[in-house]
Write a protein that binds this ligand. Sequence first.
Ligand code: PLP
Length: 426
Amino acid sequence: MVQYSQFTHEQLRALKDELEKKYEKFKAEKLSLDMSRGKPAPAQLDLSLGLLDILNSSETLKVEENIDVRNYGVIDGIQEAKKLFADLLHVDPKQVIVGGNSSLTMMHDTITRALLHGVVDSIEPWHKLEKVKFLCPSPGYDRHFAICESLNIEMITIDMLSDGPNMNQVEELVSKDPSIKGIWCVPKYSNPEGTTYSDEVVDRLANMKTKAPDFKIFWDDAYTIHHLTDEHAQLKDILETCQKAGNPNRVFIFASTSKITFPGSGVAVMAASEDNIQFVKQQLAFQSIGPDKLNQLRHVRYFQTIDGIHHHMKRHAELIKPKFDLVLQILQTNLATLDIATWSKPKGGYFISLNTMDGCAKNVVQLAKEAGVTLTNAGATFPYGKDPNDRNIRIAPTYPTLSELETAMDVLCVCIQIASINKLLQ
Ligand code: PLP
């Protein structure tokens, strides 16, 4: 195969005719396939079924500090869960709040409280400012951006490089503008590119001078142990680095067991300096009389130790690695030599990020939709749903079966080829 850019218009038109025949055949199959959201497949959920049997009426439901998990109280989570999640995030249990079922809720509520009341080092609540802005390394997680949009926080797009956000851009902006109060980071196996931040990026984030005294890093470590291979990415410890940099309160870390056990019925956690945790705990007391401690205990009894979680994640990897491999192999076979797309080859996380030629992503997603294959909306991985280059597409391979994935990827590759030819013929 030759690069499309070397074809004459006549050759491209002939190729397009051929591809459109294939496309019409797919359409006639009336497919209904979904590669849009990063959900675990049923076989992955089966791995955690034991959680449902681990607590019963004959179990001891008293835990450390003589807490009865059936009752109200313990706003920051049971001690056993704090220890388990402290091990997961490499922090001290005193730096942990174990919460409810969703880390996204914790992130949303943390920002809402900052707007209403400020954070530990605020001079005034963020809402008192004329404008609040967040830096958004992109492509990134659409639901982070949706939180900002819903709370009227202005988003500034930051380029994602191969080792994390473009720190020259970040440092320049935060050093000048006091209304920039935060940055979204998915630092390990990022959504959607699978990037892990380098030590240098972590150092620069922790050390940079910010005009806002209460600037916060929202460190969404959602995929911290979601490895696909035995080659585990190493992420420098942000909390310790911030502490050493003299900015101990700069970071809020978030994670959950959504993609370890059951999304929607997992356990979420946040970690930060003890000052931050004390401040947040006081605020949380107005929101709740305590989290679902039964579910926290279920998770603790099921996994017992961090090694238990690591072992469990290996079983997840065994189920989903073949799906990632299949997607990558189909992209390689169909597109590698054409010079019309590039894609990430992640070592962990839940997504593959694909870049088409500039100006083609919307067309590709639309063509796929008309052929019965749902992808995440083009643009969703950027603030306000607007990809400035209209090129990024997020592929979520975990939920479909291998055979569904194969068909969906065949359709996607044909759509990418057609959209690229349309562009070249313009
Ligand atoms: N953070 C990231 C980066 C995600 O990709 C997701 C889900 O896809 C979440 C958070 C959601 O987490 P939770 O289920 O704990 O709310």
